[in-house]
Design a protein around this ligand. Structure first.
Ligand code: MRU
Length: 344
């Protein structure tokens, strides 16, 4: 199944529980706003495009619960806001909720139809940006087979289908143009080692999992031809928020002279945000850092610092790839032309 699905017969949201992968394959159902918000905040579902779909379907969950519970219109608005704001950094979550909100007055079927359109459009965008990204990378590196480094998880689990940065990896693999993928484990919640490695294994793609601290050395030793990451929010000037650790990869790529590529659907471009300084970086519980897999790895009482994302300045980004084209931010003052038509 997909990371996000709607159960039509029963009328609730189905999510693959990504906190339990790769060892346990559990599907959770959400029929209340509390359950949707909890799933978002615990990262049962995560990744910007997947959160966009959950934002859209979360509105439908709220509407159905409103009918059951007899909420007022104001109460419904408040519950939709809770879904929309459950995590702050990925613009897609709020975008997905906002996209379907104008349809509330037409009833839940109209909202569900719009949410289904979000799913279809996201998959189409991911497949197109993957083709464009693979073309750009092969032209830029001049290699017939590339060695890729990636961070976090940007595959089908993080989207509605196919993937963004990992979609490009899949496209390169299909073209027989992929040699190896270095997968950063992605502390503290291990989206790389748990999720990306699992997706690559399912695809039969060769990969190595490395600790995040190895990335700079792997790049400077010449073992990597290109780094490809996803995005949670791309500001108007091209500054890009993504999983904590991304900017370190970008700095190493800049020093090594290899391309650092950001891949995202245009729904992740936020024209209302001028620069990365305006992006709200989610600060998560420090206990996620001082423990690993539920086991304490720091002294009793140690406090953790746990920003979930960082911002890579546009000057360090070789290319931003969306379904609408490839922009090289270091050569351009603005990414406005990434988005031909956009509902914010
Ligand atoms: O905290 P997460 O797991 O939601 O963070 C996800 C990322 O940083 C991804 O790289 C980003 O959302 C792009 S997913 C295609």
């Amino acid at each position: 199944m997909r990371a996000v699905e709607w159960n039509k017969s029963e009328g609730y949201l189905l999510l693959i529980d990504q906190t339990l992968l790769p060892d346990k394959h559990v599907v959770v159902s959400c029929s209340t706003v509390d359950q949707v918000v909890d799933a978002i905040q615990r990262l049962v579902v995560r990744g910007a495009p997947a959160l966009g779909a959950v934002g859209a379907y979360g509105v439908a969950v709220a509407m159905i619960q409103a009918q059951r519970a007899g909420w007022s219109a104001d109460q419904l608005v408040e519950q939709v806001r809770r879904v929309r704001d459950a995590r702050p950094t990925a613009v897609n979550l709020a975008w997905g909720a906002d996209r379907v909100t104008p349809f509330i007055s037409q009833g839940v079927d109209a909202v569900l139809a719009e949410a289904a359109a979000v799913m279809v459009e996201d998959e189409d965008a991911n497949r197109e940006l993957s083709r464009l990204g693979a073309d750009w990378i092969l032209a830029r590196t001049g290699r017939s087979k590339v060695r890729v480094l990636t961070h976090c998880n940007t595959g089908f689990l993080a989207t509605t289908a196919w993937g963004t940065a990992l979609g490009i990896v899949r496209e390169l693999h299909l073209r027989d143009a992929l040699e190896l993928v270095y997968v950063n484990e992605t502390r503290p919640l291990l989206q790389g080692s748990r999720l990306t490695a699992w997706e690559l294994r399912e695809e039969g793609i060769d990969y190595l999992v490395q600790v995040d601290g190895a990335a700079a050395s792997t790049i400077l030793r010449g073992l990597v031809d290109v780094a490809i990451i996803g995005a949670d929010r791309i500001a108007r000037n091209g500054d890009t928020a993504n999983k904590i650790g991304s900017v370190g990869v970008a700095l190493a790529c800049a020093d090594a002279g290899i391309p650092f590529v950001v891949a995202a659907p245009s729904t992740t471009v936020d024209l209302a945000t001028s620069t990365g300084e305006e992006i709200n970086i989610e600060l998560r519980d420090g206990a996620e850092v001082t423990a690993l897999g539920g086991v304490r790895i720091a002294p009793h009482g140690a406090k953790g610092f746990n920003p979930a994302f960082d911002v890579t300045p546009a000057r360090l980004i070789s290319a931003i790839v969306t379904e609408q084209g490839v922009v090289e931010p270091s050569k351009m003052p603005s990414v406005d032309n990434l988005v031909k038509e956009k509902t914010v």
